[in-house]
Write a protein that binds this ligand. Structure first.
Ligand code: ZN
Length: 422
């Protein structure tokens, strides 16, 4: 489209975080041309070409920043605490409608790209078809489809169980044929009742076949690892992202493994630590116990357990960062009780575990995009990149809670109509 016909939008605000610089630009302006970013600077330096109509929006004491990138969601999730085993018994039609609701919630809360790390059957691919037809609004979707699991392994109820190198390769080829953007593997058990979180699932040969096959098609692979041996196996296999990254020994003890952190950093693997879900649940139980409702003895036990586990995970998070590991923010909502539309809790948890406001924002924009192999398109505000933008009232580098004060969301240069919430 020639420049004279393009639609130009000028956004102004007190500051701009571009996702790359470690400081905020003051008195900022950004010029959008259609779906992309054309120029970034100050009100004095940014100008539209002579004579073209420009829509201008001045947000005052606000911050313009990249739209958030949540590198770990489950669009099928309800977020009402039900176990995955129960979730997976719901029909595909219901799970597809739920996925549409979750996508909308996340978009309206400021997330403009999400990576879905495992859904039942073809439900998320169905959602993508509806989004492409303009039936429902959604962030950009990076989809795994069904996770690759062993027989009875974690998330095996979503529809793929593979045994041996040949079946592992076949599973990857099948998923890519259906439209998978990346491959999700469950390298250890998890909450799935027939699985064992402290034990590895696939052997290294099988994991390597999955990673190699994904890479052969230009896709990346992300592995759920709920224990240390799972991380080691995934590293041996050439994994790209370690999800959860839990340091736990076969006896269940929380032993931090500096050797594993070193290898993660050395191989340039991302860790998606998922520490926000516990914070969200702790906050909900605490506010219930302070209110009139009171909590049951079982809930008090849950709260005590979560507080302890959360402390351990945050300590390990800080130590992995010190070892040079890049943390990519991903919420894991709407798993368990963690509803979608609240990625901010995960980002707050990163700050609670020691990141500065700016570092936590980068973990949820540029670094999350890097972990999704999407950094050339999204996760930062640079000329030529997609105009996926979040505007918040106030300064989130000073206090990440400001990320909840959403003033506007743009995706591919289009302003999102956020009044239209179900
Ligand atoms: Zn997950």
């Amino acid at each position: 489209m020639p420049a004279s016909e393009a639609q130009f939008t000028m956004l102004k605000a007190a500051r701009l975080v571009d996702g790359v610089a470690d400081f905020a630009h003051e008195r900022a302006a950004v010029l959008l041309e259609g779906s992309t970013i054309r120029q970034i600077g100050t009100a004095e330096t940014v100008h539209a070409p002579e004579g073209v109509p420009v829509r201008e929006i001045d947000y005052g004491d606000a911050t313009i920043m990249p739209g958030l990138v949540d590198c770990h969601v489950h669009l099928n999730g309800i977020g009402d605490g039900r176990a995955g085993d129960e979730l997976a018994t719901l029909p595909d039609e219901v799970l597809t409608v739920q996925a549409a609701q979750n996508a909308r919630r996340h978009l309206y809360s400021g997330v403009t790209t999400l990576r879905d790390c495992g859904a039942k059957h073809r439900t998320t691919f169905m959602l993508r078809q509806a989004v492409e037809m303009g039936i429902v609004p959604s962030p950009r979707l990076l989809l795994a489809g069904r996770p690759v699991a062993i027989i009875g392994g974690h998330l095996s109820y979503f529809g793929i169980q593979a045994t041996g190198v040949d079946e592992c390769r076949a599973a990857v080829r099948q998923l890519i044929k259906e439209g998978a953007d990346f491959i999700k593997i469950t390298a250890t058990g998890g909450s799935t009742r027939t699985s064992h979180p402290l034990r590895p699932s696939f052997d290294v040969e099988e994991l390597r076949a999955i990673c190699d096959e994904a890479h052969r098609f230009g896709k990346h692979a992300a592995a759920h690892c709920a224990s240390s041996q799972g991380m080691l196996n995934a590293l041996d296999a050439g994994i790209d992202t370690i999800i959860h990254g839990v340091h736990k020994e076969p006896d269940g003890s929380d032993t931090y493994r500096p050797d594993i952190a070193e290898r993660i950093a050395e191989q340039g693997v991302f860790v998606n630590p998922t520490i926000g879900a516990s914070v969200a649940r702790i906050r909900a139980l605490e506010s219930a116990s302070e209110g009139a409702e009171n909590i049951t003895a079982a809930q008090q036990g849950e709260l005590d357990g979560l507080r302890h586990a959360s402390e351990v995970r945050m300590d390990h998070f800080a130590r992995m960062r010190d070892a040079g590991v890049t943390m990519a923010a991903g919420s894991d909502s709407a798993w368990g009780y963690y509803r979608m539309g609240d990625f901010q809790t995960e980002i707050e948890a990163h700050a609670m575990a020691g990141m500065s406001g700016m570092e936590a924002i980068v973990s949820a924009t540029r670094d999350a995009a890097r972990s999704c192999w999407a950094e050339s398109l999204v996760g930062a505000l640079q000329p030529g990149m997609q105009a996926d933008i979040l505007v918040v009232d106030g300064d989130p580098t000073d206090d990440v809670a400001v990320l909840r004060r959403v003033a506007d969301v743009f995706i591919a240069g289009e302003r999102v109509d956020r009044q239209n919430l179900l």
